[in-house]
Design a protein around this ligand. Structure first.
Ligand code: NDP
Ligand code: 8X3
Length: 249
C-alpha cells in the first residue's frame, strides 16, 4: 500500500533531498516550510512522480501547526511517516555573548516546533497502531563543541524527546528513531551566520556530507522490514571524526 510522509523543512537541504528521494519510490508527500514559492516549485517538479500536497507554516507557532494539519485534504489525512527535520542553528557565540533572539529561535523551532508537529500527528498514529517518526538530531546532540552551547542543547533535547517518544509509543507499535548527521553542506551555515561570507568556508577543504547522502539514509531507515527499527544513527563525512576534528586539505 502506498505510504504518505510528512516532511518538515522540505524547502531546502536535507528535507528537500528527502522529498526527492521519497518521490522516486512513489511515497505520497506532504511538504512543509515557510517559503511557499519553494514548496510550490518542488511540488511542480515532483508531481509527475507522486502525489504532493504542500503546507505552508512556521513549526514554532502551535496554532499554525494545528491549523495546517487540520486543513489536510482527505487523501493526505493518513500520515504513515513523519520526518521532523525543520531546524537550524542561529549564531555561533560563546554563552556569555550569545543572543537571546538566537536562543529563542533554536529552542522554539528545533525543540518546541518538533513537539508541536508531533503532537498534531501522533494521535492518528496511536489510533491506527502504526506509524514511523524520524527526528533529525545532529552530532551536536551527542557532544557539545565550543560556542555550540544552545544549538547543542536543542539537539540534545531532540535526542531525549526521541527516546521518550520511543518508550511512550512502544505499546502502539509506532517506530521512533533519530538520524544524527555531522557536517552536511546545505543552507545550514548561511542561516547560522546570517548570510555572512564565513558560511562559505565551513565546508571548504574536505568533502562534506551532501543532503542527498542523508536522504538516502532516511529512505533506508523507513524501508526496513516491519520488525526492524533503526533507533539512533550517527553519520559523519569520512573527513570528520567528531565535532572539532576534521581532516582538511
Ligand atoms: P537548511 O537550512 O538547508 O534547511 C532547514 C529547513 O528547515 C528549511 O527547509 C527551512 O524552511 C526549515 N525551517 C527552519 N525554520 C523553520 C520554521 N520556523 N518553521 C518551519 N520550517 C523551518 O538546513 P539543513 O537541511 O542542513 O537542516 C535540516 C535539519 O538537519 C535541521 O534540523 C538541522 O539542525 C539538522 N542538521 C543539519 C546538519 C548540517 O550540517 N547541515 C547536521 C546535523 C543536523 P523555511 O525556511 O522555508 O521555513
Ligand atoms: C549541524 C552540525 O557540527 O554544525 O548539526 O553542529 S554542526
Amino acid at each position: 500500500m502506498t505510504k504518505t510522509a510528512l516532511i518538515t523543512g522540505a524547502t531546502s537541504g536535507i528535507g528537500k533531498a528527502t522529498a526527492y528521494e521519497f518521490a522516486k519510490h512513489g511515497i505520497h508527500l506532504i511538504l512543509c516550510g515557510r517559503r511557499k514559492e519553494r514548496l510550490q516549485e518542488i511540488k511542480n517538479e515532483l508531481k509527475d512522480k507522486t502525489n504532493v500536497h504542500i503546507l505552508n507554516f512556521d513549526v514554532s507557532d502551535k496554532n499554525e501547526v494545528q491549523n495546517a494539519i487540520n486543513s489536510l485534504p482527505k487523501d493526505f489525512q493518513t500520515i504513515d511517516i513523519l520526518i521532523n527535520n525543520a531546524g537550524n542553528a542561529h549564531g555561533l557565540d560563546p554563552i556569555q555573548t550569545g543572543s537571546l533572539d538566537d536562543w529563542d529561535a533554536m529552542m522554539d523551532i528545533n525543540v518546541k516546533g518538533l513537539l508541536y508537529v508531533s503532537k498534531a500527528i501522533i494521535p492518528q498514529m496511536t489510533e491506527r497502531l502504526s506509524g514511523h517518526i524520524i527526528n533529525i538530531g545532529s552530532s551536536a546532540g551527542k557532544e557539545v563543541y565550543p560556542k555550540g552551547n544552545v544549538y547543542c542543547a536543542s539537539k540534545h533535547a531532540v535526542l531525549a524527546i526521541t527516546e521518550g517518544m520511543r518508550i511512550d509509543l512502544n505499546p502502539y507499535g509506532i517506530k521512533v528513531g533519530s538520524v544524527n548527521p555531522g557536517l552536511v553542506e546545505t543552507e545550514f551555515s548561511q542561516v547560522r551566520f546570517k548570510g555572512d561570507k564565513i558560511a562559505d568556508t565551513v565546508y571548504k577543504g574536505f568533502k562534506a556530507l551532501q543532503a542527498e547522502d542523508i536522504a538516502d539514509i532516511i529512505y533506508f531507515v523507513i524501508s526496513r522490514p516491519c520488525h526492524v527499527n533503526i533507533a539512533d544513527l550517527l553519520v559523519f563525512p569520512t573527513a570528520q571524526a567528531n565535532s572539532t576534528t576534521v581532516k582538511k586539505n
